[in-house]
Ligand binder design. Structure first.
Ligand code: GLN
Length: 267
């Protein structure tokens, strides 16, 4: 009979998280990869085993299905055209995961893909997954890109411990997009714009939320400066996997300094 070492027992009890990074080689502008680093580190610091699957064009559907949390970053229109071809192949399983409330963060170009379509400046249409009730249009060269630092106030409580929510709830980032996103009736915005442009520079809303999927224009990357949002995503993913999962607090004083200095810069 095999000797059951204590190490074996510990490993069995260990929590783990698989992060699926959609199209890392093509969709990764303005430091979006930093979001992955933050999620990995925050798991590691809590003793949670975290693994990242790089889901580049042609990835296997079975690998996708193993993921507990999905991320997709932004890109230039050219890269979006390439990714779009592969997204058609994986549309059904990916949509199914999103519908089943697999948590995910989709930034800028990634956010646009969740909608019905993205119309490029030259009129070319890139079809979206059509999961989020929204569409995006780039009005063309005579209209400026929406660029700059941005602060939003999420329209729901971020964080894994609602009692700890304070005015620090606001989320800071950097946006740079030509596309203007318009939300339909069946989708809620992620937040209200306090400074910056947001979805279209007009209606005062930023991003979108559907089930446990979050679309946003905030690069920067978004998660290092918004550890409350990072933990919110981790909480959703781990709680869904393990039920009533308790996410331990971390010392986030440095993260809040980064958050507050971004806030000071734009206020
Ligand atoms: N190509 C898209 C736009 O300009 C997305 C840009 C981005 O992801 N930064 O609207």
């Amino acid at each position: 009979m095999k000797n059951k070492s204590s190490k074996y027992t510990l490993d069995v009890k260990r929590y783990s998280l698989t992060i699926g990074w959609l199209y890392p080689e093509l969709m990764n502008t303005y430091g979006d990869r930093g979001n992955i680093t933050v999620l990995m580190k925050r798991c590691q610091w809590r003793g949670i085993k975290a693994e990242v699957k790089h889901l580049n064009p042609g990835f296997s559907i079975s690998e996708l299905k193993k993921c507990d949390l999905l991320l997709m970053g932004g890109a230039q229109d050219k890269q979006q055209e390439i990714v779009n071809k592969d997204l058609k192949r994986v549309k059904a399983p990916l949509s199914e995961m999103i519908e089943k409330a697999t948590p995910g963060l989709y930034v800028c170009g990634g956010f646009q893909f969740l909608g019905k379509y993205y119309k490029e400046a030259d009129g070319n249409i890139i079809e979206g997954l059509g999961i989020f009730d929204l569409y995006t249009e780039n009005p063309g060269k005579n209209h400026p890109r929406l660029i700059g630092d941005i602060v939003i106030n999420p329209m729901f409580e971020l964080g894994h411990k609602p009692e700890a929510i304070s005015q620090k709830q606001v989320v800071v980032g950097f946006e740079n997009h030509g596309g203007r996103t318009h939300l339909g009736k069946n989708i809620k915005p992620l937040g209200k714009v306090l400074k910056g442009f947001g979805n279209n520079g007009k209606d005062g809303f930023e991003g979108a939320v559907y089930k446990n999927s979050f679309g946003t224009y905030l690069h920067g990357p978004i998660l290092p400066k918004n550890s409350h949002f990072a933990d919110y995503l981790l909480h959703l993913a781990l709680d869904q996997k393990y039920k009533d999962f308790e996410l331990k607090d971390l010392d986030d004083s440095l993260e809040w300094q980064a958050h507050d200095s971004a806030l000071d810069k734009i206020s």
